[in-house]
Design a protein around this ligand. Structure first.
Ligand SMILES: CC(C)(COP(=O)(O)OP(=O)(O)OC[C@H]1O[C@@H](n2cnc3c(N)ncnc32)[C@H](O)[C@@H]1OP(=O)(O)O)[C@@H](O)C(=O)NCCC(=O)NCCS
Length: 430
């Protein structure tokens, strides 16, 4: 079997796409009712893509931000993956390039022969050559990507609130205003709002081109979840400072009728946040609100008279990070406190990361350089990936035996340096 790993040419894009589960009608996400996202049906659809859909995928895949790699076995594509060029926001506010791994699959008849490992190695090399010192992905299964140095760095919650339980602790007067708008207005609102959100939200990802284009045309999703409704909040001067996209699907199941599903929600101010949730939680003819892909530190819980009214129905990892250059990564962010640590990092795949690094960190930034001294902390690049945005505490990983402490107080100092203001979160993926 002759194996060649190389980028896919435009003429080969269709053949590459045919390898992917969602093109073959093989679902990789859980079906309803435990589905992670707000919708009702399995994603991707359980039928193979039509030629028309493939044409559309081919067009998208030929954009310059989509960089597919494939494993050719005896000249035919047996597996593939791709990197999309996006940006992620770091503590301190820098928005840095991230190589986003997506659309990964190996044909069932060629799996477990090392094809993904070869593809991944080629893609990570390519990222590094382009100056992307971080790679990321969202994982369909938790067992696949740790071996390549990826680890969970952001997390999401899905929750629900019964309308009858949704009493706010304190009444509030909204100085702004709410408005239901149509899809064409919403298509203009979301890109602007998201840019403002990601400027201040650690972990947030830049949208892929065309992300909100579909809102203007407002097509009905095939799963029966009904049309999208768009609610915007304006501040007293009329500027949009928050928005929500929700659906009110009909269902033959009485339990599912009267559910308001929130698919997207952003608020730049406390007023917008309270006003938007205030209406969504008390929408006439509904019984409960379900919101998916929400931050783990959702403030709403603390606004309700009964904090138990907000019930978590799902939690999962979202962005998995892979640090491709320890030095650049540690120097790119700022820290919650000042301090110095010697980190002994292990990394099987990206050997240049391995070894001892001296981190001199402060709220203004950091320097990171190779160290001669003995290590205060030892960890692998996986743990560093989980810690990097502040979504996982060093002490938690130390309690799990994943971080070694060689100087008393080393883990506590690492916790203090990396402490986030708010949990990192990305509402947009790739
Ligand atoms: C997941 C998938 C891409 C792996 O491709 P592959 O070519 O079989 O992977 P490799 O042979 O390079 O395997 C690399 C390692 O991962 C392990 N591995 C691969 N898939 C795994 C899985 N689903 N569960 C657990 N281990 C897995 C292999 O055993 C191997 O272990 P080793 O390094 O200790 O030897 C492929 O099985 C697939 O397409 N699955 C269905 C679609 C899918 O899940 N895509 C991922 C979307 S996020």
């Amino acid at each position: 079997m002759a194996i060649e790993i190389r980028p896919v040419t435009p003429a080969e894009t269709r053949e590459y796409l045919r390898v992917l589960p969602y093109v073959n009608g093989l679902p990789q996400e859980e079906p309803e009712p435990s589905a992670w996202y707000a919708g009702h049906a399995a994603w991707p659809p359980q039928v193979p893509a039509t030629e028309e859909m493939l044409d559309q995928y081919v067009e998208e895949a030929q954009s310059d931000w989509f960089r597919p790699q494939a494993a050719f076995v005896d000249g035919k594509i047996a597996g593939g993956s791709a990197i999309v060029s996006v940006q992620v926001t770091l503590p301190g506010g820098r928005q840095v390039p991230l190589g986003g791994v997506t659309s990964t699959a190996v044909l069932p008849t060629y799996r477990r022969r090392g094809l993904l490992r070869k593809i991944m190695t080629a893609m990570l090399d390519d990222c590094r050559q382009r100056g992307e010192f971080l790679a990321g992905l969202s994982a369909s299964e938790g067992t696949i990507y740790g071996r390549y140095g990826f680890a969970p760095a952001t997390f999401q919650h899905r929750w629900e609130v019964r309308r009858t339980d949704a009493d706010f602790r304190a009444a509030f007067a909204d100085p702004g205003s709410l408005e239901l708008v149509d899809g064409s207005v919403a298509a203009g609102v979301w890109p602007v709002l998201h840019e403002q959100v990601r400027a201040v939200r650690v972990g947030e990802i830049s949208p892929l081109p065309g992300k909100w284009d579909g809102l203007a045309t407002g097509g009905l999703p095939p799963d029966g979840s009904g049309p999208a409704h768009h609610l915007v909040h304006r501040d007293p001067s009329g500027d949009v400072d928050g928005a929500a996209l929700f659906r009110l699907p009909w269902s033959p199941d009485p339990e599912q009728v009267g559910v308001l599903q929130v698919e997207a929600f952003e608020a730049l101010t406390l007023d917008a946040y309270r006003a938007l949730w205030g209406l969504l939680l008390d929408f006439d003819l509904t019984k409960r609100v379900v919101a998916a892909r929400r931050p783990v530190d959702e403030p709403l819980r603390w606004m309700l008279t009964n904090p138990r009214a907000l019930k978590l129905t799902r939690t999962r990892d979202n962005l998995w990070l892979r640090i491709l250059d320890v030095r650049e990564a540690l120097e790119a962010r700022t820290y919650a406190a000042s301090g110095s640590l010697i980190l002994d990092v292990s990394d099987d795949l990206c050997g240049w990361n391995a070894g001892r690094w001296r981190l001199d960190a402060s709220p203004e930034g950091a320097t990171c350089s190779p160290a001669e001294e003995s290590a205060d902390i030892s960890l692998s690049v996986n743990e560093l990936g989980s810690l990097y945005l502040g979504g996982v505490r060093a002490s938690e990983l130390a309690h799990a035996g994943r971080i070694g402490e060689h100087r008393t107080g080393g883990v506590a100092l690492l916790d203090a340096l990396l402490r986030p203001d708010r949990a990192p979160h990305n509402a947009v993926g790739f």
